[in-house]
Design a protein. Structure first.
Length: 451
């Protein structure tokens, strides 16, 4: 164990250690720790899977995982790439752990999901887009510094139609063939699985697709009814199938859990500008019934499709509309792996009971931090209140007049498309949500001691 890993591991809390006994890692060894796989796509909208209503994109492999597993219909990421990755990796809203506040640069001392699992005996790999080191090589912030035993991918996005590939710390070539990346990442993922089939392993596959500049390989190009973007998603689906087939062939399916989700909503209209400046193809992703797009605090910016599959752990044929989020993965995986949480406060909530069928309801009732650098909205139960810009400097949200223009209240249960602002009809709800906003503004602060 190197010094950094040691310093971080002693930061794990004793209370968490005591509470860490779980069925997934019983001392008797009658059940092996499950292998954990996350497939994280880029800029894929809520509506861009067959099992989430797409009529133009065929995703039979992921649809089958949903059928055999759990479909989560109110699952949250963050509105843009880097912050979304910081959140997934740390179980925290980015302001707690990001050097830049927003989440494009994850502090080296922040405890990641890979470190938690490595500490619990897992071999860990990140394959694909990193994007939490400011797109550069910043010592201490790189995948191998943040708990990943193996890394293959690109430090940043592919905005210019070219990526710089790196294996661990070694620079490789700089390909401009965007169509090759989904297959190549999957090849790497399969090699990692084969090499570590005795487990337990944690594999995080963060696809560069479908972030512009998008492209699909010959096998998929022109084959979908959803433009090139549809071809790209169908290629991702096929490659998810390759990973699942490999798990089955190696006899690992029963002891592996796969989570498939996206980092934020689709580009939609903003992308026209992007295409002009970067020359890529139009990414025609769909938020389905949701309002808004990537970068916004509307549901379409942050609510993403999510499928959880694991035939030995996750009872199939279920769907759940309770709130869950990428920040919940760290504590959920920690529980399943018998691992320990960081000793500082995190925002994620253990959802292992929901995943394994021990509970029928999500453990998450509140989602505080819809943000775009600052607090934008809060949600509790069915209610979502936009508060961004409502409080003046030094003013608490509770003191904001109800007729203040920025306040907007939506009932997501009856109005998933956020069409009808009902702020004037539910003063008690607004009052309660303003208190939550105050709590969030007060408490979601940088963790002390992370530098
Ligand atoms: Ca993204």
């Amino acid at each position: 164990m190197n010094r950094r890993a040691f310093c971080k591991s002693v930061g794990l809390s004793a209370a968490a250690a005591l509470a860490g006994k779980s069925w997934g890692a019983s001392a008797g060894g009658d059940r092996k720790k499950p292998n954990l796989v996350v497939v994280f796509t880029d800029d894929q909208g809520y509506g861009d899977l067959g099992c989430f209503g797409s009529k133009t994109i065929r995703t039979p492999r992921i649809d089958a995982l949903a059928k055999e597993g759990l479909r989560l219909t109110s699952f949250y990421a963050q509105p843009v790439c880097g912050p979304s990755r910081s959140a997934l990796l740390t179980g925290c809203y980015p302001p707690r752990v990001a050097a830049d506040g927003r989440g494009w640069q994850l502090k080296g001392k922040a405890v990641t999901i890979a470190e938690v699992l490595k500490d619990a005996g897992y071999t860990t790999a990140c394959i694909g887009k990193w994007d939490v080191s400011g797109r550069r090589n910043r010592p201490g912030m790189m995948p191998n510094d943040q708990g990943f035993d193996y890394y293959f991918g690109t430090w940043g996005a592919n905005d210019g139609g070219r990526v710089r590939l790196t294996r661990n710390r070694e620079p490789l070539e700089n390909p401009n063939d965007m169509a090759s990346l989904t297959g190549r990442y999957t090849d790497e993922a399969i090699q990692f699985i084969r090499k570590h089939k005795d487990g337990p392993f944690f594999l995080y596959v963060a696809h560069t697709m479908a972030h512009v500049v998008i492209d699909a390989s010959k096998q998929f190009k022109g084959k979908s009814k959803g433009d090139l973007y549809g071809d790209v998603i169908e290629e991702i689906d096929w490659n998810v199938g390759r990973i699942v087939d490999e798990l089955k062939q190696l006899g690992l399916a029963k002891n592996t859990i796969v989570v498939f989700t996206s980092d934020n909503g689709p580009w939609c209209q903003r992308e026209a500008h992007y295409r002009k400046t970067h020359g890529g193809h139009l990414a025609t992703g769909s938020p389905g019934p949701l309002r808004g797009h990537k970068g916004s605090n509307w549901e379409g910016g942050v609510r993403v499709p999510c499928v959880v599959w694991g035939p030995g752990h996750i009872p199939g044929g279920r769907e759940n509309s309770g709130m869950a989020a990428t920040i919940d993965l760290l504590p959920t995986f920690a529980k399943l792996a018998g691992g320990h949480l960081p000793k500082y406060d995190i925002d994620g909530i253990d959802q292992s009971a929901l995943l394994t069928g021990a509970a029928t309801k999500s453990a998450r009732q509140k989602h505080f931090y819809y943000h775009n650098g600052k607090l934008g909205a809060v949600r509790q139960g069915q209610w979502k209140l936009f508060v961004g810009g409502a409080a003046k400097k030094g003013q608490s949200f509770s003191d904001v007049p109800f007729d203040s223009a920025p306040l907007q209240l939506y009932d997501l249960e009856s109005d998933i498309g956020e069409k009808k602002n009902v702020v004037s009809e539910h003063p008690e709800t607004v009052r309660a949500l303003l208190k939550l906003a105050d709590w969030a503004a007060e408490n979601i602060r940088p963790v002390e001691g992370l530098g």
